[in-house]
Design a protein around this ligand. Structure first.
Ligand code: CA
Ligand code: CA
Ligand code: CA
Length: 229
């Protein structure tokens, strides 16, 4: 559902979007969704289980020296890598984004699993040992265990990360990854005992509009190669 915010209605609302609007233009918030894979309770072997992969993801998977797993493949010590993609509207400003990855594992070592996103994938490909990674434990608030399905939810404006090869109770810090979405791409790499059912990226984009344009496309779920809901 698109949200229409009139310029005159509330300065607070405008500030909260982080958008500077000149003249009498209004802004409209688009909610763009991209899906990778299908939510089919980890049913392997489907065409949708072979995800889109950027060159950086392909390189990272090659460096990990294991055979990468496709979606819905049940394996330990194998990473899953994929790339979300969407079209950023002209003059659009990203105001928020959420990544939701549905995972499970048969391996108790899932307790130490991580997600690695854009800057982490780049640093990993540069063979840096301090590449930023996100402990599943910090996303969930507890250690994941085998045999349970988790919907990992990542607020991309405030991503908990660790930089060292240890497992602190608290993250080393938080990263705002919204600027990483300006290229319309988000790389996702798992390490390395989860299987991935599906992943969804939702990006909130403020675009200038005027008159009828502000009410066009209401409720439209733009973008994404898969429409499985
Ligand atoms: Ca499947
Ligand atoms: Ca990116
Ligand atoms: Ca699936």
């Amino acid at each position: 559902m698109n949200t229409r915010i009139a310029l005159a209605t509330s300065l607070i609302a405008l500030l909260s979007t982080g958008i500077a609007v000149a003249g009498d233009h209004e802004i409209r918030i688009l909610h763009i969704t991209d899906r990778v894979g299908d939510v089919d309770n980890f049913h392997p072997g489907d065409a949708s289980d072979i995800p889109r992969r950027s060159a950086a993801i392909v390189q990272a998977l090659a460096l990990s020296e294991t055979t990468p797993a496709e979606l819905d493949e049940a394996r330990s010590n194998r990473s899953v890598g994929f790339t979300h993609a969407f079209d950023l509207p002209a003059a659009g400003q990203i105001t928020g984004a959420v990544l939701t990855v549905r995972v499970t594992s048969a391996d108790e070592l899932v307790s130490t699993d991580v997600l690695i996103l854009d800057p982490g994938v780049r640093a990993y490909n540069e063979a840096r040992l301090d590449f930023p990674r996100t402990n599943l434990e910090h996303l969930l608030g507890f250690k994941p265990v085998a045999g349970v399905i988790y919907d990992l939810k990542v607020d991309l404006s405030h991503v908990p990360v660790v930089y060292s090869d240890y497992f602190p109770l608290q993250p080393d810090g938080f990263l705002n990854l919204l600027p990483e979405l300006a290229d319309g791409r988000l790389d996702v790499l798992t390490g390395d005992d989860v299987m991935v059912d599906a992943s969804r990226l939702t990006v909130h984009v403020a675009v200038p509009c005027s008159g009828r344009k502000c009410s066009d496309d209401r409720g439209e779920d733009k973008g994404g190669a898969h429409h499985d809901d």
